[in-house]
Design a protein around this ligand. Sequence first.
Ligand SMILES: Nc1nc2c(c(=O)[nH]1)N[C@H]1C(S)=C(S)[C@@H](COP(=O)(O)O)O[C@H]1N2
Ligand SMILES: [Mo]
Length: 325
Amino acid sequence: MSPIIVPPRWKIPEREATPESVYLRRREFLKALGLGGAAAGLFLAGCGPGDGSGAEKLPPSPIDPTGRTPARRNPRYTLDRPLTEEVVAARYNNFYEFSTQKEKVATLAKGFRMRPWTLEVTGLVSKPARFDVDDLVRKMPIEERLYRHRCVEAWAMAVPWTGFPLSALLKRVEPRAEARFVRFVSFDKPRTEGMKETASWIPWPYHEGLTIEEATCDLTLLVTGIYGHPLPPQHGGPIRLVTPWKYGYKSAKSIVRIELAATRPPTLWNQVAPDEYDFFANVNPAKPHPRWSQATERMIGTGEQRPTRLYNGYAEFVAGLYGKG
Ligand SMILES: Nc1nc2c(c(=O)[nH]1)N[C@H]1C(S)=C(S)[C@@H](COP(=O)(O)O)O[C@H]1N2
Ligand SMILES: [Mo]
């Protein structure tokens, strides 16, 4: 069985129309960002109505108890492509705890309880700590970043995340000198209907890892929001990792624990199929997956094929981590 299922062509959602509610919410979002009509056209290009069928409404976003979204956008992170429509991103999710079918995740995750939520930071640190996620958001330097988002399955999106650099959190807990790796553990979902599909062959809970250098790189973001509001469950709410130069499977969703370690931790997809999912998983057009090419990627929503970029276009940010790459 293939660990990450590649959807057959007919399952890929084509462009979806924009229902009124979404349109209005977008206007609110743009207003909050201080952007007018012309600018909106620029960065949300191609979002007009009437470009497809199968439109769906987004449910109201989770309430933001911290009042910190929408956050100021960091202009350092720019895109070479239009943002993916919010409703498209919110209906096409890899989140195997709920389902292996991307189109079903949002519905199945709908009632997921995200409050209260505690994030524990432990292991080789001088000041281990447990944070209530809302307290953490209030303390951390929250900002918005536009990032490319690339799955190992050769699809891609472009997403406005809200969050803070993982390095800001690590500073607080004071990693010890022996700490060489950082491990991320997702919530341990009770065995529900959705999880039964994968319960026997995936070593739950979802767990991933980075080297300490990768974890403290500027790009590495702990994400608590998307499209200017708190992160909904299907995207990994209330808190998930994002490492945009790596394939998406490195970024664990709905994290409950971060552990600093001296040795490289086993990681979920690497344990399931080491020849297909390596620990580093840096986006690289010249390194095919054993079952498909990585030379191009398909933008979800538009179906546009684009050439894959080395490190997903983030080479200047990560060059120092891997020498010549
Ligand atoms: N806990 C958990 N985290 C996960 C996954 C998962 O199945 N479970 N899937 C990963 C994969 S393969 C991808 S591509 C991204 C998808 O994130 P998105 O749905 O927000 O686009 O989440 C990653 N994080
Ligand atoms: Mo993925």
